[in-house]
Each structure stands twice: as structure tokens, then as C-alpha cells.
Design a protein around this ligand. Structure first.
Ligand SMILES: Cc1cc2nc3c(=O)[nH]c(=O)nc-3n(C[C@H](O)[C@H](O)[C@H](O)COP(=O)(O)OP(=O)(O)OC[C@H]3O[C@@H](n4cnc5c(N)ncnc54)[C@H](O)[C@@H]3O)c2cc1C
Length: 479
């Protein structure tokens, strides 16, 4: 039985970050992955989805051209097969880049086999076993598909299959309108596919603020119909698949399932090991070290599943890798930031409306509508609303949810402000160019600042005697 210091199961974004950290300290490690290699993000996730969305948004722009005096927009058409070729061509570039980064170590350290744990220190690889002092589980996740729907074969599309399609179906039911379903459902509708959306969760694109959920629901319904009910049944008919939800039936050529993803921890033999679990039978993972209890196992990335997005998977892998070869260190998490690349973009930053409400935080909401916002008018993109949540007592920025044109950028400003612990008055003293979409953020901050209790600076600009931006957090911490 081969013995290594560290074994990493999964060569996705989390596993690759873990490997980089481990390799700084020891060469006696293995990475186990039975493929396909190239990471979920580059192969079937973040990257190909963004290419498809880009094409769809570019095509959608034709509706605004006549208003701008540009003729011929209504003559444009989509060649679906060519779109899919383009998606795959760029996808292949991203995958190639990931794989060429891996090339220096795969020959010596990669074992292309499926792993299963025999014990806390031993991994079964079918025809051999590996003993490891530490094991990092970074096995990712897979789309959730109800067993009863498996019979529909090719008519059932998930994100593992979507980007492989030679062309796109004419009529599609999209089941689930969280981040992935909303982004891709809208893109497919914009490419001219007859899309029918189904969801039982009002949290479109991950929004938790009820008024923003309603706003987005109305906006998206202008592009494709949404049934806010669970799908009761799908039946094959002569014309395709009949999808029924809440007594409403539509016939489509295929069903795109976007009902969430399940961590790949159920096929690893973990259930047979003595590992700590909570009341819901979830593994107890230290959120600062990513170690499972005091076992030699670490869990990172989508396999952990608390923050199933790319930069968090990389962080978790990096922390687990570092800790596997050093004494366990506790690391802080970054300020939460999640973006849905719908149009307009959706983002949830810091503490969500739901988190603040559930923890009974005393907060005010600063609001702005992008309908009538100067630069949004120029862009013919006057849709959206931004809510920033601020501590009523001290003006600290707690979180935000937004639907905004190019909101991905505004979301970063907010995440950085929250991370730097800049309060609402300090944020207002920072520069806002004119005319930019960020001026909308300033309006929302002003609205929030007006509701904060207590003293406030006389003007938004700092006085000569005022401490520099960023000092407030230190003063608050001292008092
Ligand atoms: C359509 C879509 C769009 C997305 N868009 C975004 C986005 O815009 N932004 C963003 O931040 N995130 C996005 N994500 C999420 C992001 O892709 C994931 O959070 C991230 O890729 C997770 O990385 P990971 O390392 O945990 O898993 P993965 O990259 O899936 O790696 C897991 C690896 O483990 C291997 N494996 C599994 N089980 C075993 C086993 N038993 N033995 C050996 N090997 C095994 C697999 O082969 C795989 O290579 C998107 C996801 C999808 C599906």
C-alpha cells in the first residue's frame, strides 16, 4: 500500500488550489480524479454559461437599435448551431488553460481513478489502495435530477449536457429559477427559444428581499412566462413532453433541470466512517479550518456546499491544503458576494435581507430605482432596483441586494466597502463620477443615511479635521 502525506480527491477548482498549497511543503502527495478533468467551472459551469449569456445579450440588443437610429436590427437572426460551436470553442480555450496549468505535475502525482474511503486514512481505488496522513475531499457537486425524470433521456437537459448540444431545442421548460436556471433560461429565451419557467421558490436568482423578488418576477415574465408552482408531472406525448404544474400544462421539446446541485459526498463511503454529524446528518466541518471534526479529513468546495461558487471553492481548497501540511490555522471568510448574470444583473452582498430579518437586526433600507437613473437612460437599460441595508444605530453597511444594469460592478464596490468596514457616511464621502451607474448606489446610500439615528456630518465631503475614511471602524471597535 502506497503511503503519502496528503491525498486530494478531486482535481476541480478546490482540489487544484489545495494541491498548490500542499506542494509548497511536500512532494509526497497524490491527486485522485477519474475525470473529466478541466474543472466544472471551465467545462460546464461559470465559463460556457457566460459565453452563451453574452451571445444572447448581444442579440437582444437589436431591440434597442432602431430607437438609436440604427436600422437593420430586425433583420438579424441566430444560427443556433453556430452559437453552440462558438460556446464550445471558447469553453475549450478555458479548459485547455486549466489543463496546461496541471501539466507539470499530472504525470507524477495524478491518479486517474475513482476514490472511495476505506477508513479515515485509507482510500480504495479499485485495484489499489493509498494510505494518507491527511485526505482532502474536494469532489464537487452534480445537478439534482428526480429519479422519475431519468426516463426522458435526451429530452432532459442539465448543465452537464447543455453545452454539448449541437443545436438548441425550439421549446424548453426550465425547472428551477435560482442562479443557474434564471441566467440560462433568460439567455435561451433571448436566443429565440420558447422558454417556460417553473419554480416554487420566489428567490429568483438568489434574491431574498421580497420586494426585489416581485420586481424581478415581473421583469422576467415580460421575456418568458413563469409558473410559480412545483412541477407535478412530465409526460411524453406525440408532440414532445407535457409539463404540468399547478393545473397548468405546456408542451415542450425538452426540459432543462436547474433544481440545484447535490454535493458528491454520498458515494465516498463516508457514511461508514466515524465522523461527527449534526442533527440533519450533515458532516460537522470547522468553518475556519475546513477539517471534519478532529479527523484527518478536510472538506472543501462544492462538496462542502455552504458557498457553492468559484472563488469560495478556491479559498476553501487553499485553506484545507494549507492546513493539511501545517498545524491547523483558522482563516476568516471573505465578505459574501454572489452574482447572477441575468439582465439586469442580480447580486446579494454581505448579509442578505433574509439573514438580517431572521437575526432581528435593527436596520434601515436605502433604496434606489434604476428607472429614470441618468446613465441607465443613456444605455436604454432603465430597469432595476438596489437596496442597501444599514445599521440604524451606527450607519454600518451590513449588506445589499440589487437588480441593476451592470450590477456585477456595483456589487463589488459594496462588497469591498463592507469588508473594509466603511460606514454609510464614509462611503458617501468617496468619489462618484458623473454620469455613471454607481450614482444610483450613492442615491441608495443617501436614502439609508437619512434614516440612521444620531449625529451626521454636515456635508458629504469630509471636514479638514475629520479622520480619513476607514477610521470609523477602528473608533467603533475601541468604544
Ligand atoms: C452552470 C453553472 C454556472 C456557474 N456559474 C458560476 C459563476 O458564474 N460564478 C461562480 O463563482 N460559480 C459558478 N458556478 C459554480 C462553480 O462552478 C463551482 O462552485 C465550482 O466549480 C466548484 O468547484 P469544486 O472544485 O468544488 O468542484 P469541481 O470543479 O466539480 O471538481 C470536483 C472534481 O472531483 C472529481 N470527483 C468527484 N468524485 C470523485 C471521486 N469519488 N473520485 C475521484 N474524483 C472525483 C470530479 O471528477 C471533479 O473533477 C457555476 C456552476 C454551474 C454548474
Amino acid at each position: 500500500v502506497k503511503h503519502v502525506d496528503v491525498a486530494i480527491i478531486g482535481a476541480g477548482s478546490a482540489g487544484l488550489s489545495a494541491r498548490r498549497e500542499v506542494a509548497r511543503t511536500t512532494d509526497n502527495y497524490v491527486v485522485i480524479d477519474d475525470g473529466p478533468l478541466g474543472t466544472t467551472c471551465a467545462r460546464v459551469g461559470c465559463m460556457p454559461s457566460k459565453v452563451l449569456i453574452q451571445v444572447a445579450d448581444d442579440f437582444h440588443r437589436r431591440h434597442s437599435l432602431a430607437q438609436e437610429g440604427i436600422a437593420g436590427g430586425d433583420q438579424l437572426s441566430v444560427d443556433k448551431a453556430a452559437v453552440m460551436d462558438h460556446v464550445r470553442a471558447l469553453r475549450d480555450r478555458f479548459v485547455k488553460a486549466v489543463r496546461s496549468d496541471m501539466a507539470q505535475w499530472t504525470e507524477t502525482h495524478l491518479i486517474p481513478k475513482r476514490a472511495r474511503l476505506k477508513s479515515l486514512n485509507e482510500i480504495d481505488l479499485g485495484d489499489e489502495s493509498i494510505r494518507a496522513d491527511r485526505i482532502i475531499i474536494a469532489t464537487g457537486s452534480r445537478p439534482i435530477i428526480p429519479q422519475a425524470w431519468q426516463q426522458f433521456g435526451d429530452r432532459l437537459i442539465d448543465t452537464d449536457r447543455l453545452f454539448e448540444l449541437k443545436t438548441l431545442p425550439d421549446r424548453l421548460a426550465v425547472v428551477g429559477l435560482g442562479v443557474i436556471g434564471l441566467e440560462l433560461g433568460q439567455a435561451l429565451a433571448r436566443l429565440g427559444i420558447e422558454v417556460h419557467g417553473f419554480t416554487m421558490d420566489p428567490a429568483l436568482g438568489g434574491l431574498t428581499d421580497p420586494s426585489l423578488q416581485d420586481y424581478m418576477g415581473e421583469l422576467v415574465s415580460q421575456e418568458f412566462p413563469i409558473t410559480f408552482q412545483a412541477v407535478d408531472r412530465i409526460e411524453p406525448t406525440a408532440e414532445g413532453l407535457a409539463v404540468t404544474a399547478g393545473g397548468h400544462t405546456v408542451t415542450v421539446d425538452a426540459v432543462f433541470t436547474a433544481m440545484g446541485r447535490r454535493p458528491n459526498t454520498d458515494r465516498l463511503g463516508l457514511e461508514d466512517l466515524a465522523l461527527p454529524r449534526d442533527e440533519q446528518q450533515k458532516l460537522v466541518v470547522n468553518p475556519g479550518t475546513f477539517r471534519i471534526g478532529d479527523s484527518p479529513l478536510y472538506l472543501a468546495g462544492d462538496a462542502h456546499g455552504e458557498r457553492p461558487i468559484l472563488h469560495e471553492a478556491s479559498d476553501e481548497g487553499r485553506i484545507a491544503g494549507y492546513n493539511a501540511v501545517n498545524d491547523d490555522h483558522c482563516f476568516q471568510r471573505r465578505t459574501k458576494l454572489s452574482i447572477t448574470f441575468s439582465s439586469p444583473n442580480i447580486a446579494v452582498i454581505g448579509r442578505s435581507h433574509r439573514e438580517l430579518t431572521q437575526s432581528q437586526m435593527d436596520f434601515v433600507t436605502g433604496r434606489v430605482s434604476y428607472e429614470g437613473q441618468g446613465r441607465a437612460i443613456v444605455k436604454l437599460a432603465e430597469k432595476g432596483e438596489l437596496h442597501v441595508y444599514v445599521d440604524r444605530k451606527n450607519g454600518s453597511i451590513l449588506g445589499a441586494e440589487l437588480i441593476a444594469p451592470q450590477g456585477e460592478h456595483i456589487a463589488h464596490l459594496l462588497a469591498w466597502a463592507i469588508a473594509a468596514r466603511i460606514n454609510v457616511f464614509e462611503a458617501l464621502s468617496l468619489p462618484f463620477y458623473h454620469p455613471v451607474l454607481e450614482e444610483g448606489l450613492r442615491t441608495a446610500l443617501r436614502d439609508a443615511a437619512a434614516q440612521v439615528e444620531g449625529d451626521r456630518p454636515p456635508l458629504e465631503v469630509l471636514r479638514c479635521q475629520d479622520p480619513p475614511v476607514g477610521s470609523w471602524a477602528k473608533t467603533e471597535a475601541q468604544s
